[in-house]
Design a protein around this ligand. Structure first.
Ligand SMILES: *Cc1c(COP(=O)(O)O)cnc(C)c1O
Length: 369
């Protein structure tokens, strides 16, 4: 054997808020041979990772594994649990996505807007629920376009005061980075995608449905086929998936769940909180040095996984982004309406504060230049 030694794997320069950087050993886990998806091997693969997945979502319920991006499970939650009238809490681009999905599926949707970067407050939701009849509410936990973190536990409490209203939560940049307590917060449907805080390649979505949500689905008239949650429920109870799953990605998922089990979900949340706080403190330092950079989201409502920062006058988000790229670092320009005025740092997944510090040192040079 004359194998050429591989270059040492580099990790720690890719800070996009999705997809996030994937560890070499997790990428390598995908290279295992195929197995039949109706055989014992598949059942063992799912059964072995299920307790870890449940600890990540903090639930006793089974965790659905969907071979789709996260948007697939957003659509699933609307079709199965949306009923006829949905209240969509909208601020950034991703909340708006839920609203558009509802409309595209023939569901009557009412947007409840707050200014960009802000979050929804419980009293605002209470007032909206008093003023109209809804079957479901859609909300984004961590808004990836603004870095704002919605107070999901409080919103869930208000939602359930209103009776038979289901809360559908997009926690795509929440789960595995920000605290999510699916059971304790009594959430009706929570979903995420593989390529964000879970630090896996894109292509899988994971979701948890409360029994209330499954009951609602059973009564829905047109659940479709691919995203039928009643099917997801009955198959996952046998440790299977309704259709042929993205098996290679499931190997990566199993490997990553084992890593997260070793780290513990609490330590993972703490690591994300530390990275976020480091980023906010850095922005304050820059501000103190006369470089006008501010964290867009209000204090107390900032996501631990992604920070959206305004760029100093005379610079644009894309120019900062390009300058970082030239120095070997990937971050992101702003999203949608915020494209030019902001940059975003995805400090999520498997990154550490030390790697983030190295990035911030380079970013300080770029924005001061
Ligand atoms: C990335 C993201 C999505 C979309 O996920 P896809 O996997 O591209 O479908 C939805 N919501 C939020 C908050 C996201 O960050």
């Amino acid at each position: 054997m004359t194998a050429v030694p591989a270059a040492p794997p580099t990790f720690g320069r890719f800070f996009l808020p999705g997809p996030t950087e994937v560890r070499p050993e997790i990428l390598a886990a995908q290279a295992r041979p195929m197995i039949g998806h109706r055989g014992k091997g598949m059942e063992q693969l799912i059964a072995q990772m299920m307790p870890g997945l449940q600890r990540i979502f903090r639930t006793q319920r089974p965790v659905y594994i969907s071979s789709s991006s996260a948007t697939g499970l957003m659509e699933a939650s609307i079709r199965n649990c949306g009923g006829r009238r949905v209240l969509s809490l909208v601020t950034g681009s991703f909340r708006e996505r839920f609203y558009k999905i509802a409309l595209a599926n023939g569901v009557e949707a009412t947007p409840l807007e707050v200014p960009l970067g802000e979050v929804h407050r419980p009293e605002q939701l209470r007032a909206a629920l008093a003023a109209g009849r809804y079957d479901a509410i859609t909300v984004v936990h961590s808004e990836t376009s603004t870095g704002a973190l919605n107070p999901i536990a409080d919103l869930a409490r208000v939602a359930h005061e209103a009776g038979d209203v289901l809360l559908l939560v997009d926690s795509v940049t929440g789960v595995a980075g920000a605290r999510v307590e699916t059971d304790a917060w009594d959430l009706d449907f929570v979903l995420t995608g593989s390529q964000k805080a879970l630090a896996l390649p894109p292509g899988l979505a994971l979701g948890v449905a409360h029994p209330r949500a499954v009951d609602r689905a059973r009564k829905a008239s047109h659940r479709g086929i691919y995203f039928d949650l009643v099917e997801f429920e009955s198959f996952i109870l046998k440790h299977q998936t309704p259709n042929t799953p993205a098996l290679s990605l499931m190997y990566a998922l199993a490997a990553q769940v084992a890593r997260i089990e070793a780290e513990t979900i609490e330590a993972r949340w703490a690591r994300h909180a530390a990275m976020a706080e480091r980023t906010w403190a850095w922005a304050a330092e820059m501000h103190g040095r006369g470089v006008d950079m501010r964290v867009l989201a209000p204090e107390g409502f900032r996501s631990p996984t992604v920070t959206c920062l305004t760029v100093p006058a005379g610079k644009t988000g894309s120019a900062v982004n390009e300058a970082m790229k030239a120095r070997g670092y990937t971050i992101s320009a702003g999203y949608g309406a915020l494209k030019d005025q902001t940059i975003r740092i995805g400090h999520m997944g498997d990154h550490t504060v030390a790697e983030l510090d190295a990035l911030l040192a380079v970013l300080a040079e770029v924005v001061s230049a």
